[in-house]
Design a protein around this ligand. Structure first.
Ligand code: ADP
Length: 467
């Protein structure tokens, strides 16, 4: 062995950092986090900084009634019969603990809680930075202050197992540079208690993702960090772990075709969906409940086509008087991800939308707001706070991008990795976060990955410290 640690964590996203903090809380003396990229945080930094928790102090303060039970119910519905009720419940019940833990680490939440799609209670807590980095930075600082050793440019290559099959260490490429697969020096690191794999998803591994879903070609955009290449998943498969739901790869319905990556438009549309309408450019009509679950919306958005079958992205039309409350409005206008119009005519002209149906649609929508009921698509009207759609308008285009792998490696409620042949845990091996699968089923609800990654990171740390 070249070196030795009590607990080894691979990956520095939500799952890895939550595991690191919790392991220290449970009395670990020597925890190490290996990150392959040149920066910490991975994909976890690339989102709107939202986390769904049920039963927090903040919800109570705002008069929102919610429970872990209700959250699980919403998630099971979106999972369309193949989500794991046990794992969802385990994660939802840890929500208030995670909320407090992140606050203890120095994460600061806004007072406003957001309604994300497919939820029957308003529960998406958002950090003031409106970005996942608002979680990552304080958690990384806290972990280090507690004594966790962290290394960038250390790429996990292989698990090392003893004759009984127990994971006793890993092989790491020290001094690795992303894109140069042979860079750095291979070292063997011993794990006294065990290894936690928190390497995230495979959204950027185009071969692997196309093997699961051939429609997700290189032409489909991706919101992920470049390091989301499925390394941990592939290595655990080689060790005999159970793959689950790998073909269920989620596209984000809030993405804009007018910028690359996760982008500014994502946060802006997330803010605006509750009180805005999404319009098909051919018909001038709505085509979905703008706060339905992600899969429902992404599938419907992908069906927006011109007469030749080419993509014809939908328009999200928001009232400026509400949209301007979101600080990302500045950036979406500056970078031409959204545009301002002072009349319905101007929108119709610019985007070649039939005017009369669009006008009627806006009138109909304002009628729904007045009556408190969306008779067109059944959208929860309380989410939009009774705001009418009036000029001036801010309009952005919508076209989904690959965002999240619901599939991955199967774990149990102890975050132990289960072997495909026996269904039993592989000793010494734990996994948490997007690298795991089967928790959310067909469609994961917005804001539900952050708390789940952290809940299973915490769980893996507890299990490893108890083992
Ligand atoms: P999660 O949200 O599940 O925690 P993220 O994608 O945010 O997942 O974080 C996973 C992290 O793991 C990323 O920072 C990624 O660069 C890192 N990672 C992926 N593969 C490896 C590897 N082979 N070795 C070390 N780190 C890795």
């Amino acid at each position: 062995w070249d070196s030795e640690h009590e607990v080894i964590i691979i990956g520095s996203g939500f799952a890895g950092l939550a595991a690191a903090v919790e392991a220290m809380r449970k009395g670990a003396k020597d925890v190490v986090v290996f990150e392959k990229m040149g920066v910490y945080g991975g994909n976890s930094t690339l989102n709107a900084g939202q986390a769904c928790f049920a039963g927090t102090e903040l919800q109570k303060k705002l008069g929102i009634k919610d429970s872990a039970e209700l959250m699980v119910k919403d998630q099971l519905k979106s999972g369309r019969g193949i989500a794991s009720e046990t794992l969802l419940r385990h994660s939802a019940e840890l929500g208030p603990y995670i909320y407090q833990m992140t606050k203890d680490c120095g994460c600061v939440y806004r007072d406003h809680i957001i309604t994300t799609g497919g939820t029957s209670a308003t529960r998406s807590h958002q950090v003031v930075e409106r970005s996942g980095s608002g979680f990552i930075r304080p958690m990384l600082d806290t972990a280090r202050k507690m004594g966790v050793k962290t290394f960038i440019r250390h790429k996990f290559e292989h698990l090392i197992r003893d004759n009984s099959g127990r994971v006793i260490g890993i092989q790491v490429r020290k001094g690795y540079h992303f894109g140069h697969e042979e860079s750095g020096e291979l070292i063997n690191v011993k794990a006294q208690r065990g290894v936690i794999i928190a390497t995230g998803g495979f959204g950027y591994n185009i071969n692997f993702r196309m093997a699961q879903d051939p429609t997700l070609t290189a032409e489909v955009g991706c919101t992920n960090a470049k390091g989301a290449t499925g390394d941990g998943l592939i290595e655990m498969l080689a060790a005999g772990a159970t793959p689950v739901h790998l073909a269920h790869i989620q596209s984000g319905p809030w993405a804009s075709p007018d910028e690359g990556g996760f982008g500014y438009g994502a946060g802006f549309s997330l803010y605006n969906f509750p009180h805005s309408i999404a319009i098909d450019r051919n018909t001038g009509q709505r085509f979905m409940n703008e706060i339905a679950d992600r899969k429902t919306r992404a599938d419907l958005e992908l069906q927006r086509r011109d007469k030749d079958g080419n993509p014809n992205p939908a328009l999200l039309i928001a009232p400026k008087h509400e949209a301007q409350k979101d600080p990302s409005m500045h950036n979406v206008l500056k970078y031409n991800v959204a545009w301002e119009f002072d009349s319905v005519e101007a929108i119709a002209n610019h985007f070649d939308v039939p005017l009369a149906p669009l006008k009627k649609q806006i009138d109909d929508w304002n009628g729904f707001v007045e009556n408190g009921e969306d008779t067109q698509f059944g959208k929860r009207m309380d989410a939009g706070r009774g705001i009418k759609l009036t000029a001036p308008f801010i309009v952005q285009r919508l076209w989904p991008k690959v965002h999240y792998c619901q599939g991955g490696i199967q774990i149990n409620t102890k975050a132990e990795v289960l072997a495909a042949k026996t269904g039993k845990p592989i000793p010494g091996l734990y996994a948490a976060g997007e690298v795991t699968g089967g928790i959310h089923g067909v469609s994961r609800l917005g804001g539900c990955s952050t708390p789940e990654c952290m809940a299973f990171g915490v769980t893996a740390a507890r299990s490893i410290m108890e083992a």
